[in-house]
Write a protein that binds this ligand. Structure first.
Ligand code: C2E
Ligand code: CA
Ligand code: CA
Ligand code: CA
Length: 276
């Protein structure tokens, strides 16, 4: 029995080491990735549920690893956050997204909004508001064409400072969205303390774990309440026509999801917008 216990321990140790090594390897190749221009942005269109037109898009980072190929953001954003690399990577995402969007807006002659994900680490930087202002100026993008997505957990850290900072960002004319709403523990009442323009409902808010759609009255009441607080509601992860109809009936404002459009490279986004 003693031996078995020791063997089991060795097994865990080996498994841990393997996971730690894989993580370490990813971290080592993540450090020079920005300088080596291994990142690219894809954009997922966001559709207005009244007119069923593309009103904006979310910038989603893609990493082309020289050996591993495409590494999904779910596998490296966490590492980038822990190591602090997210500050530089996020800065690049912001600049790239604003520049590419300004060119599209100019070419198409209609307002489009780009959503950029901002991690808690970036928000905690004292110079973040200044950085956003500089990027808007250098890219030439109108502030109302930029939306910053922050998660509920990022808001909870140092609430007073964050609220003041979001106020400054709103002062610039930038839109603010709460991402993955429904996965954290804050409710609408809590979010009232922040100058939030948009609530992005997580997929799990509408689709339950058993695959059933949430109660209509509940979602409808929620959307009405958000509207009363002057927040727009955007549903994420819409995969079926059934969910889309449900959201329209609940007077949800906009939606994003594979049913409507997948995240696509800039060229494909341009083609889609020119066609529509
Ligand atoms: P997120 O911000 O919640 O982004 C939405 C994710 O859902 C994206 O995954 C998108 O491809 C995926 N998605 C879109 N439509 C559907 C659908 O209909 N069904 C399902 N099942 N999924 C859908 P992606 O691109 O793999 O990104 C994963 C996460 O990585 C993002 O979640 C975000 O938290 C993070 N991320 C991506 N780009 C950035 C970035 O530039 N900066 C930061 N800080 N985080 C980023
Ligand atoms: Ca997001
Ligand atoms: Ca989300
Ligand atoms: Ca509407």
């Amino acid at each position: 029995a003693k031996n078995a216990g020791r063997n089991r321990y060795r097994f865990f140790e080996a498994a841990m080491t393997q996971a730690a090594q894989a993580r370490m390897a990813l971290e080592v190749s993540l450090r020079p990735a920005l300088a080596r221009q291994e990142f690219e942005l894809h954009y997922q269109p966001r559709i207005d549920l009244d007119g069923m037109t593309v009103v904006g898009f979310e910038a989603l980072i893609r990493w082309q690893h020289p050996q591993l190929g495409r590494v999904p953001p779910g596998e490296f954003i966490g590492i980038a956050e822990e190591t602090g690399l997210i500050v530089a990577i996020g800065g690049w995402v912001l600049r790239e997204a604003c520049l590419q969007t300004r060119r599209l807006v100019e070419e198409l002659g209609r307002p489009l909004r780009v959503s950029v994900n901002v991690s808690a680490r970036q928000l905690a930087q004292p110079g973040f508001v200044g950085e956003v202002r500089t990027v808007l100026e250098s890219s030439g993008l109108a502030p109302h064409c930029l939306e910053l997505e922050v998660t509920e957990s990022a808001l909870i850290e140092d609430m007073e400072r964050t609220a003041a900072m979001l106020g400054e960002l709103q002062g610039l004319g930038v839109k603010l969205a709460v991402d993955d709403f429904g996965t954290g523990y804050s409710g609408l009442a809590y979010l009232r303390r922040f100058p939030i323009d948009v609530l992005k409902l997580d997929r799990s808010f509408v689709m339950q774990e058993d695959g059933r759609i949430s109660a209509f009255d509940f979602i409808k009441a929620f959307v009405d309440m958000a509207h009363a607080l002057r927040m727009q509601v955007v549903a994420e992860g819409v995969e079926t026509a059934e969910v889309l109809d449900f959201l329209r009936a609940a007077s949800c404002d906009e939606a994003q999801g594979y049913l409507l459009a997948r995240p696509i490279p800039l060229d494909a986004l341009g083609a889609l917008l020119r066609a529509g």
